[in-house]
Design a protein. Sequence first.
Length: 326
Amino acid sequence: MGELDDYMKLLEKHFESQFGSLETYGYEKTNSDEEKEGNVEASDDEDKFTGFSSGDDDSDADEFEMEQYDDDDDDDDEEDDEEEEEAPKVIKFEDKYSQQSRITPKKTDKLLLKGGRAPTLEEMKRREERILEQQKRMQRKAGIDDPENLENDLKLQRLLEESHILAKKVEYSGADVTLQTIDYEDPIGNARLRTLDLRIRALAATNSKTKGLPTRLEKMPMSMRKGMIRSHHAKTAKFEQEAKDAGIVLAKKKKGEIRMLNHGKGSTLVSDRIGTGKAKVTKTSRDKGLKIHSIGRLTRNGLVISQRDIDRINNQGGRNRKGGRR
């Protein structure tokens, strides 16, 4: 037992040097040598006890009864202590003395530990080189594909914007088709003019107040323009009525805006000749100031009152056509 006690003392010493005293965590230290020697001497004295004298029987009996009563109280106290000690104790060990921070194992280290053996330095170096080479290869591939992806995105965006023009494109005539354009994928003729115009207006819309639209309409006779507007309104009304009868929900338009039909047809936009709709007219009323004088005119020379105003106030004016006084 002596060797085991020495081991326990060393363990307590190392534990206290790292985590602190055991008493702070609710544990008691192991008995020291002095306490053990005191317990041994007390047991020897109890063995040497021979008995009680006859003269002290009464007093000894009283003392025995008192000790028995105290033992009962001690039993009750021990039961209370046991009930209090039944509650669980939560103890957290914190390394307050060492300066080393906790090192969490990496994911690669966990995978290597699952393998059942520790990897060699050569294997770890080879693995890192393989990962670096794979990353560089992916970066090179992404760098090569970026311009191509950007070009494809631009083509797709233009296709979506110009799809209404390409949908209205008719077959080429013999004059349009040549040896250079027979296998030409890009639009030619009116479609080419419309697509170029659309792209130029999209570029001009960034710094334009009219969002790329022309500031003025094409010059033409007013009677011809009014006839085109009436014809367009009639076609639009017929188109909306047919859609309503068929249960088709059309896109909403703003108040006064013209709905563009056959938007991709022709070499120029219809809106260049008839406009996009009625401009919103804001009526600005002139501020005339306060009406201080109910009669007359206030000029720089003073208040001028006419004879008509005087007759109106005195109710002496002539009669109007309906028979009432002016």
